[in-house]
Design a protein around this ligand. Structure first.
Ligand code: CA
Ligand code: CA
Length: 82
């Protein structure tokens, strides 16, 4: 009965994992953050750069990406209260 909810959370979990993998592959100098230059040309990351860069300092850190992913693909119970 809850198959659809399971699919949704599974999708969200995979999306979150994909963003993290993408982040690591784009972080060429491995400093734990990606600059606009590092994301340039990546069609998944580049268009969302401004949304992810919460403090607008021109780099997206792992913490900022985590917050973005949490908001877009919540995998926790938060927001599900009735
Ligand atoms: Ca970097
Ligand atoms: Ca930032």
């Amino acid at each position: 009965m809850d198959a659809r909810a399971d699919d949704k959370s599974d999708y969200d979990r995979r999306s979150a994992a994909r963003y993290m993998t993408l982040f690591q592959s784009l972080d060429r100098n491995a400093d734990g953050a990606v600059t606009r230059l590092e994301t340039q040309g990546d069609l998944n990351f580049s268009p969302r750069f401004d949304d992810m860069d919460i403090n607008r300092d021109g780099v997206v850190t792992a913490a900022e990406l985590q917050r973005y992913v949490d908001r877009e693909h919540p995998t926790h119970e938060s927001g599900q209260q009735r």
